[in-house]
Design a protein around this ligand. Structure first.
Ligand code: NAD
Length: 530
């Protein structure tokens, strides 16, 4: 009997035994850094001539893992292997597939701190952020396993005389799974887990900034008993490998999470029907954000300042849900600025392996340069840097938490996703103006409003056009099952990961209608909805 889904508890690191366990995990991972990892296609470990390295963003000379650059031929082979494996995996009973995910969740729970320690090294997550990522990965496996059991149960249909009718959700085919680096375990495991539990087979191409943690997850899948070829681990250049596995005529759908630019490119390529292709490819694309927190004149300003600073600078602002715009009513603008600055100045930037660190390095050199350019652009367009603005790229890609005030609605840093620790503060004439500014970007992922006035919150529920709206709380920190996640407009296809609609995107419904009495022998019983 499966128990009701409950979120995995976050670890309390103020308890000494937990802190000790994490320190031990960090030491263990340190001893294992720099290893080489193969491609795995149909269970076969493959090394290629060309390699790339995944490095520690906070310590750029430290190699976390060495990886293979798959060639086009190998990328094609990965799709063909997944296509073959689909024949057996798609007819494996849903209960077995769900059990596999339950086992994977159990293994992750046993190695929780070790998995977190890999993320501390590979993407510069602090202890709490890494622990949250691992907990979310466990949640996705637990939640989607239960969801699959729900979808595999008899589905309600209207009854008529003379027929037995049944509706069954079946798998689609080969999934190309392309996750981002920023929730390198949770999102990658969620996308992959959803694909396999629904009976699809997968070509998994992790981000080149976070392949090690993806490989660790892949090893857990194998350990949990996933047959060879159901998930094929394929690293390499996004442009080279990515295009091949998106374009392949045997690819049935693409599950993508990442930037707007790459999401749109994939959507366009997937729309082209290739020779020998029998279906319209489905694209699930979760993309960027330009998330805003509105502070109304009647808000609790301390709560609002705390929510803004946590949402803006948690994990260096590298969350799709991060608050990159604080839109503040003119009447409280100056006092809010003071409170935001006061809190931001307390943030400790440093080594993510040190539990005292609140913020660490951004993911790579390209992001480092892009973010610095955005800070310069913000200043050039009239913004006032109140705190931060500095950077140091010598040891790692460190950028100070940066608050830029007096940013005008429509300015570049008010419109484009920066994906780093930069908060633009915008003065709004009143609540109407604030809502207008908040809605006036291409995106629509998360947003929050701080106000003590229920009427204002109700207006936000109606008018603030985002997939995840938060009222009197921060705009980051969605929990699986509690806050199904996905955005509007150029933020993507609103898949609502971690929600009850999500698995439908990975399946198609088949209706069987049997006339009663037309067969001899055993009575056709399958599918009665009684
Ligand atoms: P990205 O778009 O650069 O890369 C995402 C993935 O696409 C990576 O695995 C990358 O290797 C791959 N890729 C690159 N070029 C490709 C190509 N031509 N074909 C196929 N695949 C290709 O994004 P990122 O830097 O990894 O992640 C940050 C972005 O992700 C931000 O925009 C963030 O807002 C977004 N994001 C969105 C959500 C959400 O739920 N909406 C969640 C997390 C991150």
């Amino acid at each position: 009997m499966t128990t009701e889904f409950r979120n995995e508890p976050l670890t309390d690191f103020t308890k000494e035994e937990n802190a000790v366990a994490m320190r031990e995990a960090i030491e263990k991972v340190k001893r294992d850094l720099g290893r080489e990892y193969p491609l795995v296609i149909g269970g076969e470990r493959i090394l290629t001539e060309d390699k790339f390295e995944s490095i520690n963003p906070a310590n750029r000379t430290q190699v976390v893992g060495r990886f293979q650059k798959a060639t086009k031929d190998l990328a094609n082979r990965a799709v063909e292997t997944a296509y073959e494996s689909f024949k057996t995996w798609s007819i494996t009973p849903a209960t077995e597939r769900a059990d596999l995910l339950f086992r994977v969740a159990g293994l992750m729970r046993q190695r929780k701190h070790e998995l977190s320690a890999w993320m501390i090294h590979e993407v510069s997550k602090g202890w709490a952020e890494a622990d949250g990522d691992t907990a979310e990965a466990i949640d996705f496996c637990e939640f989607y396993a239960r969801e699959m059991l729900r979808y595999a149960a008899p589905q309600p249909l209207t009854k008529i005389d003379g027929e037995n009718n049944s509706l069954e959700y079946i798998a689609l085919g080969v999934a190309t799974v392309i996750p981002p680096w920023n929730f390198p375990l949770a999102i990658m495991a969620g996308m992959t887990g959803a694909a396999i539990v629904t009976g699809n087979t997968v070509v998994l191409k992790p981000s080149s900034d976070a392949p090690t943690i993806a490989y660790k997850f892949f090893e857990l899948l194998e350990e949990a008993g996933l047959p060879a070829g159901v998930v094929n681990f394929t690293t390499g250049s996004g442009a080279e490998v990515g295009d091949v596995i998106v374009d392949h005529p045997h690819t049935r759908f693409i599950s993508f999470t990442g930037s707007k630019e790459i999401g749109l490119r994939i959507n366009e390529r997937a729309a082209k029907v290739q020779d020998g292709q029998l279906w319209i490819k489905r694209v699930i694309a979760e993309m960027g954000g330009k998330d805003a927190i509105i502070v109304a004149e009647d808000a609790n300003l301390d709560d609002a300042a705390m929510g803004i600073v946590q949402s803006a600078f948690g994990f260096q602002g590298e969350k799709c849900s991060a608050c990159s715009r604080a839109i503040i009513d003119a009447k409280i603008y100056d006092s809010m600025l003071e409170k935001i600055v006061e809190r931001t100045e307390k943030i400790q930037v440093g080594d993510p392996a040190d539990p005292a660190t609140n913020m660490s390095a951004v993911i790579n050199e390209k992001a480092f340069k892009t973010i610095i350019n955005y800070i310069e652009k913000g200043k050039a367009e009239g913004g006032r840097v109140l705190v931060g603005g500095g950077s140091d790229g010598e040891q790692g890609f460190f950028i100070e938490p940066t608050v830029i005030a007096d940013v005008k609605a429509g300015a570049t840093i008010e419109q484009e996703e920066i994906f780093g620790p930069v908060l633009a503060v915008i003065k709004a004439e009143d609540y109407d103006d604030a809502l207008r500014i908040a809605n006036d970007t291409q995106f629509g992922l998360t947003g929050a409003v701080y106000s003590a006035d229920e009427a204002k919150l109700e207006r936000a529920r109606r008018e603030f056009h985002v997939g995840n709206l938060y009222l009197n709380r921060k705009c980051t920190g969605a929990f699986v099952g509690v806050h199904p996640f996905g955005g509007f407009n150029m933020s993507g296809t609103d898949s609502k990961a971690g929600g009850r609609d999500y698995l439908l995107l990975f399946m198609q419904a088949k209706l069987s209608s049997t006339k009663i009495g037309a067969t001899v022998g055993k009575k056709a019983e399958a599918g009665t909805t009684a």
